[in-house]
Write a protein that binds this ligand. Structure first.
Ligand code: CA
Ligand code: CA
Ligand code: CA
Ligand code: CA
Length: 335
């Protein structure tokens, strides 16, 4: 048998195996309703898709409303594993999804009735917790049996509960989502999976693409800065230094005193520009002067500088900008 034929058989066997396991899982719930529903609906009405390890590795999309089997690649992360949120593109708070990963052969638990450990997105858990119906809703893959009634029930078996946050390389998992998910591996360990790195043109093998001291994942999810610009707000201070010293990496003038945090000038369109700005907006008209509170861009208030976090550095009620112009006037008039 050729390699190609063998692979085809392997995929078909896996598909049928998954189908049997999913059906087994649902039919062993105390509610026979779900199993019957699955048998009736699968596979003719809900499409199936198998995503191989190569596609997960380079990043791909899990379609909504599709029974999806994903194979996690080796490596999947920087340490042999990947967090659920990173794998599924940090959308768990907005998108309802759930699934489970198949347990290694011989270790299948019959306690939960499903062939592996379960995961539910934050949105799915919140949705389930908010359900207050006394009657159980109709079960579907997008409506797994985790109602409030069941969560507060004293029964411990047969319930879908969140059990899994860490995914290991080489695992095979089932996932069902209500909206498309951008999934992928994270070999540089920056918290941004390969699909999101592709979408944002960052380097999937470099945790800090622009070299500003913040990882690509921190920039996208935590600070909302641009992972491709060292100095997102154009005030001359690189993003990582601003986070460390307590100025706002998204505001060129953190303390609103009229002087930018680092060292900058206005470009011909009025945009704040620093030495890191290389856009046409920053073309020098020769009319705007370089100004700034931390002129040597080292994150320290040195002698002769003002504090970019204080409107009035000396605390005398006169703004740093007013002081700047007073000093300038004094120098010009020789006082
Ligand atoms: Ca990454
Ligand atoms: Ca960065
Ligand atoms: Ca900056
Ligand atoms: Ca300022």
């Amino acid at each position: 048998m050729s390699l190609e034929r063998r692979l085809r058989w392997l995929t078909l066997s896996l598909f049928l195996g998954c189908l049997v396991m999913v059906t087994y899982g649902f039919t062993s719930y105390r509610s026979a309703e779900l199993g019957a529903w699955m048998l009736k609906q699968t596979p003719t009405q809900i499409p199936w898709e198998i995503i191989d390890a190569n596609r997960v590795s380079s990043g791909t999309i899990v379609k909504a409303g599709t029974n999806t089997i994903i194979h996690l690649p080796i490596p999947v992360g920087s340490s042999g594993s990947i967090l659920r949120e990173v794998l599924f593109g940090n959308k768990g708070r907005d998108i309802r999804y759930w699934g489970y990963c198949f347990a290694p052969p011989g270790t299948m638990s019959t306690q939960t009735g499903l062939p592996g450990k379960l995961f539910l997105s934050e949105a799915e858990r919140a949705y389930r917790a908010a359900q207050v119906q006394v009657r159980l809703p109709q079960f579907t893959p997008l409506n797994p049996p985790t109602t409030r009634r069941q969560i507060t029930s004293t029964r411990s078996s047969g319930l879908i509960r969140h059990q899994k946050e860490i995914f290991s390389e080489g695992e095979t998992c089932y996932v069902m989502t209500s909206a498309q998910l951008f999934i992928g591996s994270d070999v540089d360990g920056d918290g941004l999976n390969s699909k999101l790195e592709q979408n944002g043109s960052t380097d999937p093998n470099n945790p800090d693409t622009d070299g500003d001291g913040l990882t690509d994942g921190e920039e996208v999810f935590t600070y909302r800065t641009d992972p491709l610009r060292r100095d997102t707000d154009g005030d001359g201070l690189i993003d990582g230094l601003e986070v460390r010293t307590g100025t706002d990496p998204l505001s060129a003038d953190t303390d609103h005193d009229g002087i930018c945090d680092g060292y900058c000038r206005r470009g011909h369109t009025g945009r704040v520009c620093s030495e890191f700005s290389h856009t046409t907006d920053c073309t020098d008209t020769g009319q705007s002067q370089w100004m700034g509170e931390d002129k040597n861009l080292n994150g320290i208030v040195d002698s002769g500088e003002t504090d970019p976090r204080k409107w009035s550095t000396s605390g005398d009620g006169v703004s740093d900008l007013q002081k700047y112009y007073s000093n300038l006037l004094n120098q010009q008039t020789g006082r």
